[in-house]
Write a protein that binds this ligand. Sequence first.
Ligand SMILES: [Zn+2]
Length: 309
Amino acid sequence: MRGAVMLDRIIYVTGYGRSGSTLLDMMLGAHPQVFGAGEMSTICRHVWPNDEYCACHARVRACPLWSDAVTEWQASGIDLDRHAMLQRRIEPILSHARRGAALRDYCDQTLALYRIVARRTGRPVLLDSSKSPGRALALARAGVDLRLIHLVRDPRAVAHSMSVPMQVDTEAGVQKTLPAHPVARTALRWSFVNAGAEAALRRIAPAHGLRLRYEDLVADPQGALARIGATVGLDLDAVGAAIAAGGTIAAEHQVAGSRIRMTGAMTLRPDMGWQRRMSPRAQAVVAGLCGARMRRYGYAAGGTGSASA
Ligand SMILES: [Zn+2]
């Protein structure tokens, strides 16, 4: 009875890039009620216009889910270019447009697509891992049951990851050539975006929001999923037990996200390689710029950040 399924709630993952949001999307998507949609904010901005690859390895305009869902959304009167324009006004963290008619239009149009996807997938809980705090700030005012997960990762790991350039390979999930970013730039942006995510968390009921560290998610997936389950109102114990026992997770139709969504079924493997590969000097630069926030999240600026938040 797929046609009978109505959107019940949104799980939104916010935070900075390279923090494990695609991994978390895949883990939560293993629950039968949850559809892990990936970074939905990219659909109008570049995924649909460029006909990029869905995690199912079809181009999005040929994907059995997104081609029909977006076509239905357009048929309801949505102009994708105009929606992208609305996004440019609403989604910046410091936007002044996040009120009035523009905000209403943005929320109405976004929720319309969420509802279409819930109905077409037959899953009442939609997970959008777009990350953008501005999108979370807007959705917090949309009058929808929103559950927010603020995913953080040690900024040294993030800065190291972004210091390695990546060549474009759309089929492998890299949508454009990514230059090497200086670690100081990443450190400053990490602080700014996480401050925005904290502002979004303050906008919703405390019981409906959670800050989660990537390091805790991969070290103890069962414990992390139990905490997430309490926040999002789902029993995730079976999913957590399966992953902790070495069971595989796989992307389905994540419309955008990191390249791991293209790798097929995979087991959970903590990625802590930065601790070996990142120079002490680069680590010190990041710790110097992010120190106060790092400590607040439980990362010891002089160590490897194993304390609990
Ligand atoms: Zn697909």
